[in-house]
Design a protein. Structure first.
Length: 117
C-alpha cells in the first residue's frame, strides 16, 4: 500500500490518500465495494491497523535495543579477555627476561671471580 496525491474525478480537487485496489488486496474489510469494484477506503477503520503496526514496530525496536546491548556487552568482554591474555603473556615474557638477565649477570660475575650471595 502506498500513499498518493490525486485529484478527485468529480471536482478535480487535489487530495491525498490510499489506492483502494491496493488496500483491498491486504485489508478487504477496509474498502467499500461498488459493484464488485473497490471504491472508498474506510480511513477511520484504518487507524486500528496503523496502531497495531506502530505497536509491532515498537516491539521490534525494543528487541533490537536489547540485542544491541548484548552485542556491546559481549564485545567488551571479548576485548577485555584479549587484553588480559596479552598482559599475562607480556608479564611472563618480562619475568623470563629478568630471569635470563639475572642468570647472565651471575655467570659474568662468577667468571671474573665474584660470587653472588
Amino acid at each position: 500500500m502506498r500513499g498518493v496525491k490525486f485529484n478527485w474525478k468529480e471536482t478535480g480537487a487535489p487530495s491525498i490518500g490510499l489506492i483502494a485496489e491496493e488496500v483491498a488486496k491486504v485489508y478487504p474489510e477496509l474498502v467499500e465495494m461498488d459493484g464488485g469494484v473497490p471504491g472508498a477506503v474506510n480511513y477511520s477503520a484504518m487507524v486500528a491497523v496503523l496502531l497495531e503496526a506502530v505497536k509491532q514496530q515498537d516491539e521490534e525496536i525494543r528487541r533490537q535495543r536489547i540485542e544491541l546491548e548484548e552485542v556491546k556487552r559481549q564485545t567488551k568482554m571479548a576485548k577485555t579477555s584479549e587484553i588480559e591474555g596479552r598482559l599475562v603473556a607480556l608479564e611472563a615474557a618480562y619475568t623470563q627476561l629478568l630471569s635470563s638477565q639475572s642468570a647472565a649477570e651471575r655467570t659474568a660475575l662468577h667468571q671474573v671471580g665474584f660470587s653472588a650471595k
